[in-house]
Write a protein that binds this ligand. Structure first.
Ligand code: GTP
Ligand code: SPV
Ligand code: MN
Length: 595
C-alpha cells in the first residue's frame, strides 16, 4: 500500500476487502493529474486505451459486447424486508445476497491492483456533500471516477480518524492466474453480475461489470439509490434530474430541474441553446440533483457530480453544440467508432458518414455495414468544467433555487408536447404515472412502453410507494414556495414515424411558456390531463412547422387517455397500502375529468 490510512473504519475495511479479494497490490488514489496519467499509461501499455490523434488527452475504450449498459435485472435493493424495497425493485434478503456475493468476491482481484478511490459527491467539504470510498480493481474505473466525481486526498484528510463514508466495493469479477494475459475488457458473465445496495447500512457491492452506472459507483448507486433512501430519512430529495438556469430577456433567472428517463434528453436540455432571441441557458448538471429546503423555505438544488457521462450517438453541432464543444480534449470515449484519421465517430454526428471506420467491436465498418458503428449506448466521460455554458454558480454549495420541475418521457403517441399540473398533488400524480419507451441505457428490450415514475424506476433505493409519499410531504413542507410542475414529451411522432416537434434548441419555446406561466403572464386551457398552452401562447416565431403538425403535437385524445386507465390502475395496485390516498384521489379525479 502506497500510503498510511488514518481513518479507522477505512483502514479495517481495506484490510477486510484485501483479505477477501486477494489483490496483488493496493493503491490509494489521491486524484492528481499524475495519477490519472499513470493509469492511462498502464491502459495504453495493455492497449486497452486507444489514443485519439484528433482530440488531445482523449482516449477510446471498447467494452466487452456483453457489458455495454446498466443491468437493471441484476440490480438489487437489499433490505431485511422485501416490502422496504417495494414492487419496483429486485430484492434478495441481505444475508443471502451477501453470502452469494462473498463467494464471488473470494480471490476475485488476483493478478490485479486494488484501487482505493476517495471521492466526494458535491464540492469537497460542502455540508451537502457525501463522501464515498470506492474500492475497485479497474484502472478504467479510476480515471472515469477522476472525471465524474471529486477524487482527492483532501477527502481522506476530511475523514480524519473517525469520519463517516459510504463504502462502495467494486470488482470486474475476472481474476487473473499467474502469467494469464488480461482481456481487453474484463468482466463476469451476466448471471454473475450483481449491482447491490444495502440502504440500511449505506453500503454498495458491485460485481462483474465495468460499465457506467454498474461500476462508477458514485453515480447511480450512491448519488441516487443510497442517497434517495438517506434523503427520505433526512427530509431532502435525490433525483434523476438535470439542472439548468434560464435567463429571460429582462434578466430574470429561472432554475429548472427536469426528470427524464435514461437516454431521453437530460444532457440535451441541460446544455440547450435557445433558438428564441433574448433567452439564455446555462448548465448546472445533466443527470442528478440533490435538493434541500433553504433558509427562505425554497427548494435549493446542487449537482453532486463533477462530469458528464453522456450518450454519444445523436450528439452533434446540430442537436447539442455545447456538448460537442465540451468534447474537444481530455475526454474518455467508450464504445464509439474509430475513424481512419484517429477521431471518434457515432451515428448522428455532423457531416458525412466516414467511408471507413473501426466499429465499437473493433471490426471494419463502412456505410454499407448492417450494424451500427457506435453502440447506441456509447458514451463520453467529460469534465463539467469544460462545458462552454457551465453556469458560474454550478459548484455553489448552497445550490440554486428551483422554480420549475419538469417530468417527461419518450412517447411516440398519446402525450402532447407540454402540459402543466393543476397543483402539487396533481404534479406528483403526473410524475408517479410517467411512462416512457425503454432505451439502450439498460440491457434489455428496446422501445417498450413502461411506467418509469419520476424517471426513478431504476434508481429509487426504497419502496416507490413511500417515495410518492415523500414527494407529497415535500410539497406540504414547501407550501406556496413549491416549484410549479410541468410534463413534456419531445418525442411524439406522426403517422409516418417522424418526430413532429423539432426539439433541441426549440425546446426553449416550451421553457419560455413555463416561465410565463410562473410569472402569470399567460393563461392556459383546462383539459382532462392538465393545463395546455392557449392558442398563440407558445412562441413559434421563426419556426417552420405546419399548423396541422402543431395541432397533432398538442392533441389530447380523451379515448387514448381512457385506454391508459387500466394500466395506471394496475401500476398503482402494485403498491398496495403503500400507495398514498392522495394519489388514489388524483386518479379518481382524472377518471372523472375524462368523463
Ligand atoms: P442518461 O445519461 O442516460 O440519463 O440520458 P439523458 O436523459 O441525458 O439523455 P440524452 O440527453 O443524452 O438524450 C438521449 C437521446 O435523446 C439522444 O439520441 C438525443 O439525440 C435524443 N434527444 C434529446 N433531446 C431530444 C429532443 O428534443 N428531440 C428529439 N427528437 N430527440 C432528443
Ligand atoms: C443512465 O442510464 O441514466 C445514465 C448512464 O445516466 S449510467 O451512468 O450508466 O447509469
Ligand atoms: Mn441518467
Amino acid at each position: 500500500m502506497n500510503i498510511t490510512v488514518k481513518n479507522k473504519k477505512l483502514k479495517s475495511w481495506i484490510k477486510e476487502v484485501a483479505d477477501l479479494c486477494k489483490p496483488d497490490d493496493i493503491y490509494v488514489c489521491n486524484g492528481s493529474k499524475e495519477e490519472y496519467n499513470l493509469m492511462l499509461e498502464k491502459l495504453l501499455e495493455s492497449r486497452i486505451a486507444i489514443p485519439l490523434k484528433k482530440r488531445p488527452g482523449s482516449f477510446l475504450f471498447r467494452s466487452d459486447p456483453s457489458d455495454v449498459a446498466r443491468v437493471e435485472n441484476r440490480t438489487y435493493i437489499s433490505t431485511p424486508l422485501k416490502e422496504e424495497a417495494g414492487p419496483m425493485n429486485n430484492w434478495i434478503e441481505p444475508s443471502e445476497l451477501k453470502k452469494t456475493m462473498l463467494d464471488l468476491y473470494k480471490g476475485c482481484m488476483k493478478g490485479r491492483t486494488m484501487y482505493v478511490i476517495p471521492f466526494s459527491m458535491g464540492p469537497v467539504g460542502s455540508p451537502i456533500s457525501k463522501i464515498g470510498i470506492e474500492v475497485s480493481d479497474s484502472p478504467y474505473v479510476v480515471i472515469n471516477m477522476h472525471i465524474m466525481t471529486r477524487v482527492s486526498s483532501r477527502v481522506l484528510e476530511l475523514l480524519s480518524t473517525d469520519g463517516e463514508f459510504i463504502p462502495c466495493l467494486h470488482s470486474v469479477g475476472a481474476p487473473l492466474s499467474k502469467g494469464q494475459e488480461d482481456s481487453q475488457w474484463p468482466c463476469a458473465p451476466i448471471e454473475q453480475k450483481y449491482i447491490s445496495h444495502f440502504p440500511e447500512e449505506n453500503l454498495i457491492w458491485s460485481y462483474g461489470s465495468g460499465y457506467g452506472g454498474n461500476a462508477l459507483l458514485g453515480k447511480k448507486c450512491l448519488a441516487l439509490r443510497i442517497a434517495s433512501a438517506m434523503a427520505r430519512r433526512e427530509g431532502w430529495m435525490a433525483e434523476h434530474m438535470l439542472i439548468l438556469r434560464l435567463t429571460g430577456p429582462e434578466g430574470k433567472q429561472y432554475h429548472i430541474a427536469a426528470a427524464f428517463p435514461s437516454a431521453c434528453g437530460k444532457t440535451n436540455l441541460a446544455m440547450m441553446q435557445p433558438s428564441i432571441p433574448g433567452w439564455k441557458c446555462e448548465c448546472i448538471g445533466d443527470d442528478i440533483a440533490w435538493m434541500k429546503t433553504g433558509p427562505d423555505g425554497r427548494l435549493y438544488a446542487i449537482n453532486p457530480e463533477n462530469g458528464f457521462f453522456g450518450v454519444a450517438p445523436g450528439t452533434s453541432y446540430n442537436t447539442n453544440p455545447m456538448a460537442m464543444d465540451t468534447l474537444n480534449e481530455n475526454v474518455l470515449f467508450t464504445n464509439c467508432a474509430l475513424t481512419d484519421d484517429g477521431d471518434v465517430w457515432w451515428e448522428g454526428m455532423d457531416g458525412d458518414e466516414p467511408a471507413h471506420a473501426i466499429d465499437w467491436k473493433g471490426r471494419d465498418w463502412t456505410p454499407e455495414s448492417v450494424e451500427e458503428a457506435a453502440h447506441p449506448n456509447a458514451r463520453f466521460t467529460a469534465p463539467a468544467s469544460q462545458c462552454p455554458v457551465i453556469c458560474k454558480d454550478w459548484e455553489k454549495p448552497e445550490g440554486v433555487p428551483i422554480d420549475i420541475f419538469i417530468f417527461g418521457g419518450r412517447r411516440g403517441s398519446v402525450a402532447p408536447l407540454v402540459y402543466e399540473a393543476y397543483n402539487w398533488d396533481h404534479g406528483v400524480f403526473l410524475g408517479s404515472t410517467a411512462a416512457s419507451e425503454t432505451t439502450a441505457a439498460n440491457i434489455g428490450a428496446l422501445g417498450n412502453l413502461r411506467r418509469d415514475p419520476f424517471a426513478m424506476k431504476p434508481f429509487c433505493g426504497y419502496n416507490m410507494g413511500d417515495y410518492f409519499q415523500h414527494w407529497l410531504d415535500m410539497g406540504d413542507r414547501l407550501g406556496d414556495k413549491a416549484p410549479r410542475i410541468f410534463y413534456v414529451n419531445w418525442f411524439r411522432k406522426s403517422g409516418d414515424g417522424k418526430f413532429l416537434w423539432p426539439g433541441f434548441s426549440d425546446n426553449s419555446r416550451v421553457l419560455k411558456w413555463m416561465c410565463e406561466r410562473v410569472d402569470g403572464k399567460v393563461g392556459a386551457r383546462e383539459t382532462p390531463i392538465g393545463l395546455l398552452p392557449d392558442e398563440g401562447d407558445l412562441d413559434l416565431s421563426g419556426l417552420d412547422l405546419s399548423t396541422d403538425d402543431m395541432r397533432e403535437i398538442m392533441i389530447v385524445d380523451t379515448d387514448d387517455w381512457k385506454a391508459e386507465l387500466p394500466d395506471i390502475e394496475s401500476h398503482f395496485d402494485k403498491f398496495g397500502d403503500r400507495l398514498p390516498e392522495r394519489l388514489k384521489k388524483q386518479l379518481q379525479e382524472f377518471r372523472k375529468r375524462l368523463g
